[in-house]
Write a protein that binds this ligand. Sequence first.
Ligand SMILES: Nc1nc2c(c(=O)[nH]1)N[C@H]1C(S)=C(S)[C@@H](COP(=O)(O)O)O[C@H]1N2
Ligand SMILES: [Mo]
Length: 234
Amino acid sequence: LPIRADRPNIRAMSDDDIPLLGAIKEKLIETKQAWARDGRLLTGTEADPTKDRLPPGQRLVRDWPVLDLGIQPDVTPQKFRLDIDGAVENRVSLNLTEFMALPQTESVSDMHCVTQWSRYDNRWKGVSAIDVLDLVKPAKEAKFVVFQSFDGYTTNIRLDQFAQPDVFLVHEWEGKPISRAHGGPVRMLVPKLYLWKSAKWLRRIQFTISDHPGFWETRGYHNNGDPWLEERYG
Ligand SMILES: Nc1nc2c(c(=O)[nH]1)N[C@H]1C(S)=C(S)[C@@H](COP(=O)(O)O)O[C@H]1N2
Ligand SMILES: [Mo]
């Protein structure tokens, strides 16, 4: 995976020795950036999440599309590692057995992708963000969270968006381990934001004092990404 000066955050986590299957879909990335520049799919309306289940401009699907940069890292259980660090009292670095030993919670939620599809009633199992916060105890200066993935992807949210009861580090979908294509063994799930905020192949959660816009946030996507406010591009 090349390190490119103009693409500072496409970079393999080289010390992990994880095979990266596939190749970066440069064309697709450029198309999505052009859509962002052109404001494609924008309806210019807002919706009320307490009344409207489907955010503006979205359409419902029954399957679960796969979207990523084109590289699907083969993260075996042996090679999985999750670091949770930054501005916290208690940094941790977990292998998969240690991660699975954390309190496990089930949850059902909808997902909304900026490319217009939404999928209702997904049943997840994983570790809740609230339990992660209990474990690492963020410093009072910590205001943001950065997710880093085995394929070099990054994305950012605010700490208050992370500290929600529907936010999870998930490893099961509909009673089965999450497939490699969908980000297994462990991915993020932030259901109230567009799905690009839900990092697949999770490698690191970093708590930070300042905001660090991620892969899509530095390529025309909105920094916040609330589907009901149609925060597609920013
Ligand atoms: N590590 C990683 N996470 C990622 C991505 C990616 O390329 N790499 N793509 C994001 C985008 S743009 C979307 S829409 C969702 C898609 O998740 P899915 O393939 O499980 O539907 O993953 C998000 N998380
Ligand atoms: Mo996406």
